[in-house]
Write a protein that binds this ligand. Sequence first.
Ligand code: MLT
Length: 312
Amino acid sequence: AATKTAHAQGAAFPQRTINIIVPFAAGGPTDTVTRLVAEVMGRDLGQTVVVENVGGAGGTLGAARVAQARPDGYTLLLHHIGMGTTPTLYRRLSYDPVGGFETIGLVTAVPMTIIGRKDIQANNLAELVALVRRDQVKINYANAGIGAASHLCGLLLQKAIDAPMTTVPYRGTGPAMTDLIAGTVDLMCDQTTNTTSHIRAGAVRAFAVTTAQRLPSLPELPTAAEAGLPGMEVTVWHGLYSPKGTPAEINTRLSRALQVALRDERLIQRFADLGTAPVAQNEATPEAHRAFWQADIAKWRPVIQAAGQYAD
Ligand code: MLT
């Protein structure tokens, strides 16, 4: 009877609201991506998918919450490239940053933009580099904590410019953007899902995009390589996770709903407006996601070790 009940429950998944934890503040890039995906997934699953923001400590607080949640498919994590950098950046965590999770599927890969407050004394990337070299720690660089994409981009930027800046950490780049627009911080590197509308409105000054090619959504913006920093290449991949031990058939069902979301016309259009695109359908699977994640940990490990900046 127990087996029968378990089978019946598995077949009926989901029976109630699903929570997706975003490990950064509301209104930021991860939140924006997650809300678009959650809405369509909810329609496919026939249940509401709620987004909960658990920001702080570069995404590790939200990730910890999910690693420690019941592995029943009702608590999920939508996290980004930080899943690839955190295992190296943090020597002590309250959860296992790799073994604590099942993968469900990749979601998207988002370009980043190097942006400054609109009245910063630099008109292009070369002038910005000169300004940072001159003023160094007087320049305030906003990020979302160690493990955030904005933190990783800052590491690459500092390596390329070879001058220390002062870091100002936030719970996400949503609130960091508010301060950059207000001019209380000077500089940030953040995903196009958060920066595109502000760049277009002239609320911040954009210097470069961190991809090999220019973006159709911001065609005037040079690549970092074109503008003089050839090493500055990074895109922020996102993936959906469940706690370790979540039954495979539940992860498969969630993966199917994710695939439905990623071929939704409205979502694709919205992603394009924000300078990104969904991954291919065969990447929105547990297997492709896990392989990509493992390769990404290996990719960033030497970069982080060379920078020598850890969380402890
Ligand atoms: C966010 O959602 O706030 C961002 O993804 C933060 C970051 O990683 O820079």
